[in-house]
Design a protein around this ligand. Structure first.
Ligand SMILES: [Zn+2]
Length: 524
């Protein structure tokens, strides 16, 4: 189990799940919990048992299906209702019976919220905290308290906000997490309030939302002011602008402030874990996310390329390997020979002068037709491989493809694609149906090739971007399609350009599958 002196507390499964469009099944929640445990967080808040049947089931299944190595589960819930004994409150009973070693109670610390939202007296709110905390402690659970709207409450009535803190601590709560529930704070004023709270003698934690774009900065400021418990969510998930991104918080504290929060090897796996969680949540990964984003260490070479070649550390704030990410050089038409050479080296190829020259020329020619390799590493690598090999090498050759889009009598639109390919000496014809032409083509090509290459089952199309480029070579507008594809270890992007959108999509799709096979270790 993690060191108790400083807590990394994840609330993805409770607060993060409030994100618009995020919908996690119990199986999804169990999968996310395993990933978070792999990162080495200390606590995983699983949800609100008793209030939400799915969360009750999560805690029930977690007992037998989760084998956590680092983390402890926390059950989230409210203090007892006004005018009821903690022992008689069914929601408190659900927390007791959840089997979670830790209960995190949410309580009001803003006087106006007590009076207007809870509709009880300030004294009764304190009694609710005192009774519930001491009851759960007596029953053998560890108790943390989320002081809701603490910062706004402190502005409204500082004495009462601090009284809530003291009451919870005296009743036996180990940590009182100060919540910037509305997310409106800025680091300097937040740090002052945290400092006051720490003076009260209670152990203080921090829970920030990102409405000012300062959730991570606020969390760090709180730690500097004495908080020893940080809450956040994987990939910054959460309602509105999200919660503090726990990955950014952990990387900052561990790599910049010398905290020993998660095992070094787990931190070096963080990029993979962040992406694996997006696979479960089905939320497109933010390529610009700090530390773990695909672009987090990407450089548009140009003038910098020659310097980066000498010492990459001149242009990056940490070694990307510390978080399992990679430095990437982007090949753009601003870049010349140096960046192409550098990109080749990054991909593991030592290019001769002749290869470099040929590749630069080809990149320039293709970019003039509307291609872009900046965001399509995999396409560039295929181009590079072909240049080095002196020929176009593929796992399969396409004889033809066809797509039909039909509007049925019922008004439904269905697409059907047929592809004919040659691979391993066989001719294969396959048909796929989909909700759109690209989806149908994707299904058909997989169906054709999966018989020969079963690893394609793990390869899936995750993003599809279309851009119409006016005026590229003085004739008609062309369409550029960028496809992002993933397998269980990462993702890659390919590009296609054509006057016809389906043709452009097909080009990107064919490369995506080819590249997926290369990643899986299949030589052409
Ligand atoms: Zn929250």
């Amino acid at each position: 189990m993690a060191d108790d002196r400083f807590h990394v507390y994840d609330t993805t499964l409770r607060d993060g799940a409030q994100q618009e469009g995020l919908n996690l099944t119990v199986a999804d929640k169990l999968a996310v919990a395993r990933h978070l445990d792999g990162l080495g967080v200390g606590f995983i808040e699983g949800g609100w048992p008793g209030a939400n049947p799915k969360d009750t089931e999560f805690f029930r299944r977690a007992r037998t299906e989760l084998d956590l190595k680092h983390a402890q589960l926390a059950a989230f819930g409210a203090t007892r209702r006004a005018g009821v004994k903690a022992t008689d409150d069914p929601l408190v009973a659900a927390l007791r019976e959840s089997g979670a070693p830790v209960v995190t109670l949410v309580a009001k610390s803003h006087d106006r919220h007590v009076e207007l939202a809870l509709r009880t007296t300030l004294e009764e709110n304190l009694a609710m905290i005192r009774d519930t905390v001491s009851h759960l402690r007596a029953e053998g659970q560890r108790v943390f308290l989320d002081a809701e709207h603490f910062f706004d409450g402190y502005k409204s009535n500082p004495a009462y906000a601090l009284e809530v803190l003291r009451t919870a601590a005296e009743a036996g709560a180990d940590v009182i997490a100060l919540c910037d529930t509305n997310g409106g704070m800025l680091p300097d004023e937040l740090a002052d309030v945290v400092h006051e709270a720490v003076q009260s003698g209670a152990r203080v934690g921090i829970h920030c939302h990102d409405d000012t774009g300062c959730a991570v900065a606020n969390t760090l400021a709180a730690v500097r002011a004495g908080a020893t418990h940080v809450q956040g969510c994987a990939n910054g998930y959460g309602e509105r602008s999200g919660n503090a991104n726990l990955f950014t918080v952990v990387a900052n504290l561990q790599l910049k402030r010398g905290f020993d929060l998660v095992p070094q090897a787990a931190l070096a796996d963080m990029t993979r874990i962040a992406h694996a969680i997006t696979e479960v949540t089905n939320v497109t990964p933010n390529s610009h996310a700090p530390y773990v984003g695909m672009s987090a260490f990407a450089h548009k070479a140009g003038l910098h390329a020659s310097a980066i070649k000498v010492d990459p550390n001149l242009y990056q704030h940490i070694d990307p390997a510390a978080v399992g990410n990679d430095m990437r050089m982007l090949v753009s038409d601003m870049a010349g020979r140096a960046s192409v050479e550098l990109k080749g080296r990054e991909l593991g190829y030592e290019l001769t002068g002749e290869h470099t020259k040929a590749l630069v020329e080809q990149v320039k020619e293709m970019e003039s037709r509307g291609f872009t390799f900046e965001a399509a590493d995999a396409s560039f690598e295929l181009l590079l491989r072909d240049t080095v090999a002196g020929e176009r090498k593929r796992h399969f050759e396409v004889e033809s493809w066809r797509v039909i889009v039909e509007r049925t009598k019922g008004g439904e639109l269905v697409s059907e694609a047929t592809v004919k390919v040659h691979a391993k000496g066989e001719r294969i014809v396959a048909t796929g149906e989909g909700n759109g032409p690209v989806n149908a083509l994707d299904k058909a090509v997989r169906l054709a090739l999966e018989q020969l290459y079963p690893e394609l089952a793990k390869v899936e199309l995750v993003d599809f971007k279309v851009r119409i480029l006016e005026d590229t070579h003085g004739t008609d507008a062309v369409t550029r399609v960028l496809i992002t594809t993933s397998d269980d270890t990462g993702e890659w992007a390919t590009v296609g350009v054509a006057e016809n959108i389906i043709d452009a999509s097909w080009q990107a799709l064919e490369q995506a599958v080819t590249y997926g096979l290369l990643r899986a270790g299949r030589d052409c």
